[in-house]
Design a protein around this ligand. Sequence first.
Ligand code: GCB
Length: 639
Amino acid sequence: MLRLLWLFAVLDAVLLLDSGMLFPRESSSRELKELSGLWVFRADKSPNRNQGFERAWYKSRLAETGPVIDMPVPASYNDITQDSTLRDFIGWVWYEREVVVPTRWITDEGTRVVLRVGSAHYYSVVWVNGEKVTEHAGGHLPFEAEIGSLIRKDPARPCRITIAVNNTLTLETLPPGSIQHMNDPVRYPEGYFVQNIYFDFFNYAGIHRPVLLYTTPKVYVDDITVVTDFLDNTGLVRYQVSVKGAATATLKVTLMDKDGHCVASSSEASGLLKVVDVKLWWPYLMHKNPGYLYSMEVRLMAADERSTYEDVYALPVGIRSVKVTNTQFLINNKPFYFHGVNKHEDSDIRGKGLDWPLIVKDFNLIKWLGANSFRTSHYPYAEEILQMCDRHGIVVIDECPGVGIKDIRSFGNASLDHHLDVMNELVRRDKNHPSVVMWSVANEPAAEMQPAALYFKTLITHTKALDPTRPVTYITDSNYARDKGAPYVDVVCVNSYFSWYHDPGHLEVIPIQLNAQFENWYGKYQKPIIQSEYGADAVPGLHSDPPMMFTEEYQNAVLRSYHDIFDQKRKQYVVGELIWNFADFMTAQGITRVVGNKKGIFTRQRQPKAGAFILKERYWRLANETGRLPPWTKYPCPL
Ligand code: GCB
């Protein structure tokens, strides 16, 4: 009974945004038009980067106001041409695409037409046929605008979509950054400026995820929230549907199993569905059928004086529970040990652009490795990736772009307000993914600074109010005694690079320093600990014995030494280990980076370094030891 009451209370958590952000899906009532492919493009290289606005480039076709080039969407624009000024460009870039909209979308006044951008980095302004329809702050998260009435104004002409995107970071954006003008004419050319960033990945920019048009009826399912649990053999799915466009509507909510059989139904906008003989959602390597998903079909019917409306939306639902004790991370009441990776959205040519071959390759490598989890370091990944995690049972720590908060001015009210907004948008987008088991609100902020205490107390309390069903953390690297935010996290996540950034070349310090790290954090907070990053750069093909930094042997030695201590502490309170990093990735140019960060166990082209084989052997062994499988289902490590 208590559990039921808790499930109800959870749904009362208010999302502070005025509409939902359901992933666009086709159904009998909804159509999609993908706008991936070639767009027209121009970077505004005028000295103040503002010519596009001064001359209103959105008012006519972009080709009429100056030269344009082809630009693929989705993709970062930085590595597409041979022009280094575009690779390193800071300021506004302009994208444009003309679309022929199906006549029915225009003639049927009962159809909503929505323009959706999966993500664009960092600040975006969108016009349709020269009229502004929306703007959005922040990369990594979707935004949309209803454009039906606009395209109906002039149905004969194609619909011209113009999107201006600016990658300038300030001390109040997430991630923060700052522009520095160098005014010394003896040392710098006129107008020279740089963007300082406090994070270790290339600030790729552009339209990174698909842009599309989709329709819904005028009366439509705006949002769905599900919260799941189970009691013995019965699955509990508490849900809430929000409807827009009419004061009243009739609903039919049907939960179906994988074979399409109805297992529970209701006609209420919110309620509790009970699933007899439930098939729980289990992580990869924890069950022989991981990632089991039901489908919740919401069917809405409504009428007004002019017409009747029917809307259908099907949401995948995984039934599972997540809990944390002071020594364990529990999924479905069973101890879960994270043996996984940290990733980046990053690859040759497309930068941070969504790329299906890359996504599928990465999932194949994750499964080959025997990894059961990853962290979306250091920003929310594409929804398409989270959907893969749901289906394959890959557990996710979902991180917001709060990376590089190092300057005391980034702890002010404006920064905090934006950070709270970003958490609202992130939880709204990802709340229904069973794979997401924890929110990470930041990576390695300057948590020793005085304002960090109130900042993180507010941020974490807010996130827990948005979603009381998942633990909340941030990733720390600072000294346990000085960390101001740690009292508020549910799980301590620590990054450390012993024998790399500290005592470089001295592998012998790892056992003593890592042991002290764990003892200190646990001693102070009595919370489960995840080693959220560890590793060493290895230039593929570079060898030495005895090992030296930057060789594959040194990376191996660091991994092995960390693993020895993990094996002692995981019997106590360490609940996970995430290697830094899954693959090499691009960074800003600098004296410690040789064409990017080389801490990958795979190269940027996804070929294994020696370290990948060490991890693979370990992860399959851990799967057999910690995956709670009956002995006759032990996994052989794949070749
Ligand atoms: C870290 C950061 C990560 C860096 C990594 C490194 O602590 O969280 O963004 O890339 O170290 O390799 O320096």
